[in-house]
Design a protein around this ligand. Structure first.
Ligand SMILES: Cc1cc2nc3c(=O)[nH]c(=O)nc-3n(C[C@H](O)[C@H](O)[C@H](O)COP(=O)(O)OP(=O)(O)OC[C@H]3O[C@@H](n4cnc5c(N)ncnc54)[C@H](O)[C@@H]3O)c2cc1C
Length: 288
C-alpha cells in the first residue's frame, strides 16, 4: 500500500507542513484521517505528512459566517453549535451521513474536498453555502470559491497545495429554507446521489435567492445553474418545485457503475431535488 514510503512527518504548523510538501518533489502526500488515502494506497508516495497536529482542527465564527480548519473531523462538524446554526445545519447533516461513527471520528473536511470524489457528501452543502477554500503553498495563501477549487484540484497549480480552511459567509436573513438529501445503499454507504438546496423568499413568497447542488452525478459535484436561474423571481409553489426537479435532470451527466445505473441516478436527482425544495419551502413558511 505504502511500501515505498521512506519518512512520516507530523508538522506542528501550517508553515512547516507547506515546507515539507514543497520539499517532497511531488512524492509527498498529505494525510489527515487517512480514510481515503490509506484505502486507496499510493505506490508513488515517498513521504507522508500528517496534518492532524498542525493547528487545523477548529471551527470559528468569522464576520457573521464561519471558518472551518481542514483537519476538523466529521464528528466535530456534527456536534458544533456554529455548524448546526449555519444554513439550517445542512453541513452538520451531511457530516452525520459520512460512514460510521468510527469513520466520522477521524475523516476530515479537508480530506473530503481534496480527495475529489464526486460523491463526497460535504461538497454539495458547501456549494449551496457559497463556501470559499483557502489553500497554501510555498508562494503563500490564496482563496478560491469552492467550485473553482473543485475544477482546479488536480491541476499543477494546486497539486502541491495544502487545503488550510473552508469559510462560509454570513447566513442570509429571514424566510430561508435549507435541505440536504442523500440516497445511499445503506445508512453507512457513500451517496448514489446527494442534493443540497437553499433558498430565500420575499414577503410575497417569491424566490429571491436559490441554490441547488447535486453530487455523484457528474465528474465533480455541481450547482444546477439553469435550474437556479429558473427559480429566481418565481413564486415558491408546487409547480415551481416540480419544474425545478425536472430541470435538474437535464443538467446532470451521471454514469452507470456498481452503485447505480445512470438512468436511476438521473431519476433520483428529480426525486431528491423535489424533496429538498419541499423542505426548503416549509422552512421558508410557504404552503404548497
Ligand atoms: C468505510 C468508509 C465509508 C465512507 N463513507 C463516506 C460517506 O458516506 N461520505 C463521504 O463523503 N465520504 C465517505 N468516505 C470517504 C472518506 O471518509 C471521506 O472522504 C473523508 O472526509 C476523507 O477525509 P480524510 O481526513 O480521511 O482524508 P485522507 O484519507 O487523509 O486524505 C484524502 C486525500 O486528500 C488529501 N488531503 C487530505 N487533507 C488535505 C489537506 N488539508 N490539503 C490537501 N490535501 C489533503 C490526501 O493527500 C488524500 O489525497 C468513507 C470512507 C470509508 C473508508
Amino acid at each position: 500500500m505504502f511500501e515505498r514510503v521512506e519518512v512520516f512527518y507530523r508538522p506542528a504548523s501550517v508553515r512547516e507542513a507547506v515546507r515539507l510538501l514543497a520539499g517532497g518533489k511531488g512524492r509527498a502526500r498529505i494525510v489527515a484521517g487517512g480514510t481515503d488515502l490509506v484505502v486507496d494506497g499510493d505506490p508513488t508516495a515517498r513521504a507522508l505528512i500528517d496534518i492532524t497536529h498542525s493547528g487545523l482542527a477548529y471551527i470559528r465564527k468569522q464576520g457573521g459566517g464561519c471558518a472551518i480548519g481542514a483537519a476538523t473531523t466529521m464528528a466535530e462538524l456534527e456536534e458544533s453549535r456554529t455548524i448546526l446554526a449555519l444554513g439550517g445545519g445542512i453541513l452538520a447533516r451531511a457530516a452525520a451521513t459520512c460512514g460510521s461513527i468510527q469513520i466520522r471520528g477521524v475523516a476530515t473536511v479537508g480530506g473530503n474536498l481534496a480527495n475529489g470524489s464526486p460523491a463526497a457528501d460535504l461538497v454539495t452543502p458547501l456549494l449551496v453555502l457559497d463556501a470559499v477554500v483557502v489553500v497554501a503553498d510555498a508562494k503563500g495563501r490564496r482563496k478560491l470559491p469552492i467550485a473553482e477549487y473543485l475544477a482546479a484540484r488536480g491541476t499543477k497549480g494546486l497539486r502541491q497545495s495544502l487545503l488550510v480552511e473552508v469559510t462560509a459567509p454570513r447566513p442570509l436573513g429571514r424566510r430561508c429554507g435549507w435541505s440536504f438529501q442523500k440516497l445511499g445503499r445503506t445508512a453507512l454507504d457513500i451517496s448514489v446521489v446527494n442534493v443540497a438546496a437553499g433558498l430565500q423568499v420575499d414577503g410575497a413568497g417569491r424566490i429571491q435567492w436559490a441554490r441547488v447542488a447535486l453530487g455523484a452525478v457528474a465528474p465533480t459535484a455541481i450547482r444546477a445553474g439553469a435550474t437556479e436561474e429558473n427559480l429566481q423571481g418565481r413564486t415558491l409553489d408546487a409547480e415551481a418545485i416540480a419544474q425545478a426537479a425536472e430541470g435538474v435532470m437535464r443538467e446532470v451527466s451521471p454514469i452507470s457503475d456498481v452503485r447505480a445505473s445512470a438512468a436511476y441516478r438521473r431519476e433520483m436527482c428529480r426525486v431528491l431535488t423535489r424533496r429538498a425544495l419541499e423542505e426548503c419551502a416549509a422552512q421558508a413558511g410557504c404552503a404548497l
